[in-house]
Design a protein around this ligand. Structure first.
Ligand code: AMP
Length: 211
């Protein structure tokens, strides 16, 4: 089964993906994470990718598609969550010729919460685990025991640009996928989100837990 996660930057796609991965055995493919990995490796490709990300713009689709295809080929036959791909109608059309999308989950959070969440988000520079302000008040990664950092593109001005990019480029996908879309409200407490994910996983997708 292949699931696409849609949602604004900061809506919690990573959190939902992690939960589905740990509880239901999905493979999580995040194109944002693949981009950050290439930046960390400081390759020529990484430097190019950084120019787009650090302005809050989308990385050209041909680059992203290449990264995605490599990941998909490593995970053939597995249940996959695509987090952050597609982000444009063109990418959705390209995806259609590579894999079948079974379900699209739109992670929904009101605008009023988004910038606040982005401002509080911290990430482990080693294992890339993402924390909200409440998850790790000490500012230390619970897995690696090292200091968490803010993502460069979570700076408020870059985040605003990313939200604009979402509105113009990505939001039209909600209509594109209208027959496959399920809305997931992630505006409340974690326990409410978890309850909503489990309801979708067990009730709609008929999945069993792998824990
Ligand atoms: P994310 O971690 O999903 O918020 O992605 C971080 C950044 O990576 C985005 O703001 C884009 O610059 C880039 N990116 C991730 N996925 C894509 C994609 N499908 N198409 C273009 N750029 C992407």
């Amino acid at each position: 089964m292949n699931i696409v996660l849609l949602g604004k930057p900061g809506a919690g796609k990573g959190y939902v993906s992690d939960y589905l991965k740990n509880k239901y055995g999905f493979v999580h493919i995040s194109t944002g994470e693949l981009c950050r990995k290439s930046i960390k490796e400081n390759t020529e490709l990484g430097k190019l990718v950084d120019e787009y990300i650090s302005r809050g713009n989308l990385v050209p689709s041909n680059i992203i598609l290449e990264m995605l295809k490599q990941e998909l080929s490593k995970n053939q036959g597995k249940n996959i969550i695509l987090d952050g791909f597609p982000r444009t109608i063109d990418q959705a059309e390209a995806l259609q010729s590579i894999v079948n999308v079974d379900v699209v989950i739109e992670v929904d959070v009101p605008d009023s919460l988004i910038l606040k969440r982005i401002a509080g988000r911290r990430v482990c520079p080693t294992c890339s685990k993402v924390y909200s302000r409440n998850d790790a008040p000490s500012g230390i990664c619970l897995n690696c025991n090292i200091k968490l950092v803010a993502r460069k593109d979570d700076d408020v001005n870059i985040a605003k640009q990313r939200l604009k990019t979402y509105e113009t480029e990505t939001k039209p996908l909600i209509d594109y996928y209208k027959d496959k879309i399920i809305k997931l409200d992630n505006s409340g407490a974690f326990k409410d989100t978890i309850f909503a994910i489990d309801s979708i996983a067990k009730g709609v997708l008929k999945l069993g837990e792998t824990l």
